[in-house]
Design a protein around this ligand. Structure first.
Ligand SMILES: *[C@@H]1O[C@H](CO)[C@@H](O)[C@H](O)[C@H]1NC(C)=O
Ligand SMILES: *[C@@H]1O[C@H](CO)[C@@H](O)[C@H](O)[C@H]1NC(C)=O
Ligand SMILES: *[C@@H]1O[C@H](CO)[C@@H](O)[C@H](O)[C@H]1NC(C)=O
Ligand SMILES: *[C@@H]1O[C@H](CO)[C@@H](O)[C@H](O)[C@H]1NC(C)=O
Length: 274
């Protein structure tokens, strides 16, 4: 259960209760006006949405719970949440796709040298938020808060760098950042065996300047299975920035969706000053 009293603490601004096996329904209570971000994703919550979920300017992430959402309540939160619940009902048994490709943080779709169309991924996700494409094909969910004092700064970063060893520099010029957990979902995929190809490049510059001192180290899970621990892009790129690294993993789709999870497990640099 989510204790109702926690929602009403007078000074509370960020409430992160994701991945906690919480069950029951959301407390039907008034919430503290100071709250800006509520993460309750990856729990086992169910029941009806109380009025507070649609509070203006409140970021609420309820991805991967057990909410039943139909046309009477699908417009209460940003669209597509019904497709990002456990055992997602969308396309179940009626898959449409056998691939999807995303240009993380990209503001327009890019046709790459490998002939795939990498779809744009420009939604302004904040500390607890998600986005699902229309028509539904894939989605992304972010948890974790950067910039405590700057509520609206975008988590997407850009560079104008050119990248070595690729014809697709544009794919690498945008990136989605996340301080904790970033998950991409393929929705409506035919069941079967898949290759997941993840393309990375370090875009902070090389050299002895403060931006290059931070280490970005994270784990990669595909369909809940850890494929990389303490992954550091530069280790696969001769310690060079602006050099693409491609990692490929084999996985199975059994319920018409795929989850790709980039997770900060506490290694590397935590806090680079602005
Ligand atoms: C949405 O409405 C249906 C009834 O139309 C109800 O059964 C369901 O619990 C509601 N879901 C939420 C999350 O409020
Ligand atoms: C919350 O409480 C109000 C007032 O008692 C009631 O009208 C409303 O239906 C309740 N909502 C839920 C989701 O239980
Ligand atoms: C952040 O965005 C909200 C809604 O768009 C706005 O009300 C608020 O003033 C913004 N805050 C800052 C610091 O820009
Ligand atoms: C690309 O490779 C060339 C030749 O090895 C090197 O001089 C240049 O610095 C590299 N550029 C980047 C962005 O790493």
């Amino acid at each position: 259960m989510v204790p109702p009293t926690i929602m009403n603490l007078p000074m509370l601004v960020f409430l992160f209760l994701g991945s906690n096996d919480l069950n029951g329904s959301l407390p039907n209570t008034t919430i503290s006006p100071s709250l800006s971000t509520i993460d309750l994703s990856y729990n086992m919550l169910s029941g009806r949405f109380p009025a507070w979920v649609s509070t203006k300017n409140l970021n609420v992430n309820l991805v991967w719970n057990n909410f039943m959402i139909d046309s009477s309540n699908s417009s209460i939160l940003p669209s597509g949440l019904e497709c990002l619940q456990q055992d997602t009902p969308c396309f179940l048994g009626q898959p449409e796709y056998s691939s999807f490709a995303v240009d993380c943080g990209g503001s327009r779709s890019v046709k790459s040298d490998d002939k795939f169309i990498y779809e744009s991924d420009g939604a302004n996700l904040q500390g607890a938020s998600y986005y699902v494409t229309r028509p539904v094909r894939w989605g992304v969910s972010n948890t974790g808060k950067f910039y405590m004092g700057e509520p609206n700064r975008s988590y997407i970063i850009y560079t104008t760098n050119q990248f070595n060893k690729t014809l697709d520099s544009e794919l690498f010029q945008t990136a989605r950042t996340s301080p904790s957990s970033l998950r991409y979902y393929g929705i409506g995929l035919k069941n079967g065996k898949y290759i997941v190809a993840l393309k990375f490049a370090e875009i902070f510059p090389d050299g002895q300047i403060w931006q290059s001192m931070g280490r970005r180290i994270f784990d990669i899970y595909i369909q809940g299975e850890r494929k990389e621990q303490d992954f550091d892009i530069k280790k696969y790129a001769n310690e060079k920035s602006n050099t693409p690294v491609e990692r490929q993993y084999f996985t199975d789709v059994t319920n018409n969706f795929m989850e790709i999870h980039l997770f900060w497990a506490g290694k590397g640099t935590c806090c680079i000053p602005t």
